[in-house]
Design a protein around this ligand. Structure first.
Ligand code: SF4
Length: 324
């Protein structure tokens, strides 16, 4: 099924008019790149503004193209819900809600869903949670939608770095969305089962938590002999955890390791290749270590995994790295 989205261009036009903007920045995640030129053209045609498209990658609302922002009157970032505890003036988040219906796949899963379940989703489907809850209630199931912390814009919304909207009083979760990463994160963060109901592929599946844990265990094992480590700090506005990096450096040094802080925007294997280091600890987006560390010149750990490496934390007490 081809997924279609509501880019809410009427709202975009009304913001442009209200702000009397003349030059407008546009930022899109890579997954929406095929829509960029059409949307830019449509906005220019309907409002008369000059659009400037960010050609940089955009991974989340944490990742505002501040360079582009300096060159435009206002900027729209598509595909992400705002992160309420990050204040950036003149940036408007357009969530790009999916138009794919969710109830067909819920109907398919209904016989496997327990009597009480936490409902969670991403920005593309979080607007469907109230309908899902009603559908479940009609079938005698309680669906719980929980408020997240200050990083979370909507009840039930999860980010790859924040699972605070997973209701604490549920023994299982229903993740409505695509991909496995968020569901894996919830499973690790809550230590409870998560069922993925994917409206696009119409699949119902469980994420492979054991496989991910095996990979993380392997990364930790490969780091046990590390003598020199690089602690990565992101310059992205919603990923920068400088204080944590300083603490990790101090911890490494207390265990006799050589530790260096590396500050960067895009964390890529090429950018790190020239450093002669035995392991990296990423304080940037948790996905870098967990989902995207293939090809890096040395293991990439999350901060909690590094604590396991030096013996500050037991493997059994490992938790998912979250940004609050
Ligand atoms: S830090 Fe990573 S998971 Fe969190 S919002 Fe940014 S891109 Fe998404």
């Amino acid at each position: 099924m081809i997924e279609e989205y509501d880019f809410n261009l009427n709202h975009v036009a009304s913001v442009i008019e209200e702000k009397r903007a003349r030059v407008v920045g546009l930022q899109f995640p890579d997954g929406f790149r095929r829509e960029v030129l059409r949307i830019s053209k449509e906005i220019s045609r309907d409002t008369g503004v000059r659009c400037v498209i960010s050609a940089n990658s955009c991974f989340g609302a944490c990742d505002v193209d501040t360079g582009l922002l300096e060159s435009v009157d206002i900027m729209f970032q598509f595909g992400h819900a705002e992160i309420p505890n990050i204040t950036v003036e003149d940036v408007y988040f357009i969530e790009a809600r999916s138009l794919t219906p969710v109830l067909p796949v819920i109907r398919q899963a209904i016989g496997t869903i327990p009597d009480r379940v936490g409902l969670i989703s991403t920005a593309q489907f979080v607007h469907t949670l109230a309908d899902v809850r009603k559908y479940l209630a009609d079938h005698g199931i309680t669906g719980v939608i929980h408020n997240g912390d200050r990083r979370i814009a909507y009840p039930g919304l999860v980010l790859g770095c924040n699972f605070s909207a997973a209701a604490p009083d549920c023994d299982e979760y229903l993740y409505i969305g695509t991909g496995d990463f968020h569901a894996l994160g919830i499973a690790l963060a809550t230590k409870k089962p998560v069922r993925i109901v994917d409206p696009v592929t119409e699949e119902v599946r469980m994420p492979d938590v054991d496989r991910m844990l095996r990979k993380r265990c392997a990364a930790i094992e490969r780091s046990l002999d590390a003598q020199a480590i690089g602690v990565i700090v992101s310059t992205k506005i919603g990923q920068c955890r400088k204080e944590l990096a300083f603490d990790l450096c101090a911890m490494a040094e207390a265990y006799g390791l050589d530790a260096h802080i590396l500050m960067m925007d895009m964390v890529t294997p090429d950018a790190l290749r020239s450093f002669d280091l035995d392991a990296f600890v990423s304080t940037a987006c948790p996905r870098i270590a967990i989902d995207g560390s293939a090809g890096f010149p040395a293991p990439v750990l999350t901060p909690v995994e590094f604590e396991v490496v030096v013996g500050e934390r037991r493997w059994d007490d490992m938790v998912f790295d979250e940004i609050l």
